[in-house]
Design a protein around this ligand. Structure first.
Ligand code: ADP
Ligand code: MG
Length: 321
């Protein structure tokens, strides 16, 4: 793996790559009486260097948020700061700090990846000696396909081609809107590898997704957007911890199943199951070991145990349903 030679100077003092301050967007549809509130006072801070997952069901406002950053949607109110630059005062510099990978696979099928990147570099007026066409193609795993016509590339390769194009002007931030939509499962992993490589070389990554698995595997910071509002924004580890519940499933012998549970376990909210019971507890206040000890002390024989901790999907459903 190569890293892009250009390092990102001028990291913002507060270490915040993107800051949204009460950002709102109302779409005023022509001929329609009720305008659509797509974003409602969104406050968000995206730290430098993270892989940030913006999650939310369809219609949550994810693309609206991305498109405001890309400059294709005009915000209604609120502030946006990108890499320390204010979007209202310095829109060009804001754009220069972002590479956007759109959801649609709009690539020129008559160009090879190499030609396409050179063409894009020309549009940015990047002098030949500063271009990093080879390095970028290597980063996204398209070295072998450098001179193959784009029409021969698979869906996953085309997506990585778009990542390459977004990186031509060496932005410190890369934004991907639903990067693996339409990319088959086997090729998703390759795309994630490219994203991780870019992040390792210092690029701050923001991606929207409604595949929770993607966020679970790739992101270290997650925000959940629902109906234009941020429900939560935390590191993934904090978010998983904050669910505040864990289930301990205990299998006990048949002849002990119908007797009442000891009182000190009753406190922990046990549910009787067909082969024993399930105890839901707060992992910050108790532990499986502690509970199993109480069960043992009460003379109940333990045949088998398993635990279940909520994953991102459970938390997502809790917050958006
Ligand atoms: P997401 O990307 O999370 O699916 P969007 O940002 O695309 O959500 O949409 C948020 C809401 O704004 C939806 O209710 C959608 O119908 C509405 N919306 C999006 N774009 C437009 C538009 N150009 N005109 C009117 N309403 C829009
Ligand atoms: Mg969208």
């Amino acid at each position: 793996m190569t890293s892009l030679p250009k390092t990102f100077l001028n990291i913002p003092n507060n270490n915040i790559a993107i800051r949204l301050d009460r950002l709102s967007k109302t779409y005023k549809a022509h001929g329609q009486s009720n305008p659509k509130n797509a974003l409602n006072n969104v406050n968000l801070e995206i730290p430098v260097g993270c892989i940030f997952g913006l999650l939310g069901p369809n219609g949550a406002g994810k693309s609206t948020l991305i498109n405001i950053l890309a400059g294709t949607v005009i915000k209604s109110s609120g502030g946006v700061t990108v890499w320390g630059e204010d979007l209202d005062k310095n829109p060009r510099q804001c754009r220069a700090n972002i590479g956007i990978v759109p959801q649609e696979l709009n690539i020129d099928v008559f160009l090879t990846p190499h030609e396409s990147l050179e063409f894009t570099a020309g549009m940015y007026n990047i002098p030949h000696h500063e271009r990093q066409t080879k390095e970028i193609l290597e980063m996204v795993g398209l070295t072998e396909q450098s001179h193959a016509y784009a029409r021969t590339l698979s869906g996953g390769m085309r997506r990585r081609m778009l990542v390459a194009k977004a990186m031509v002007h060496s932005p410190p931030i890369l934004i991907l809107d639903e990067p693996t939509a339409g990319v088959d499962v086997a090729l998703r992993q390759k795309l994630w590898d490219s994203v991780r490589s870019l992040n390792d070389s210092g690029v701050t990554i923001v991606l929207t997704t409604h595949y929770l698995e993607e966020a679970e595997q790739l992101c270290n910071h997650v925000a959940i957007l629902n109906k234009g509002e941020v429900m939560v924004s935390k590191t993934k580890a904090d978010l998983l911890r904050s669910a505040g519940r864990k289930d301990l499933n205990v299998t006990i012998p048949e002849n002990q199943r119908n007797q009442p549970l000891p009182n000190d376990i009753e406190v922990l909210n046990p549910i009787i199951t067909s082969n024993g019971f399930t105890i839901r507890f707060n992992p910050e206040r108790s532990s499986s070991g502690e509970i199993l000890k109480k069960i043992g002390n009460a003379g109940i024989q333990i045949i088998d145990v398993s635990t279940y901790q909520p994953d991102l999907e459970d938390i997502f459903i809790d917050l958006t349903s």
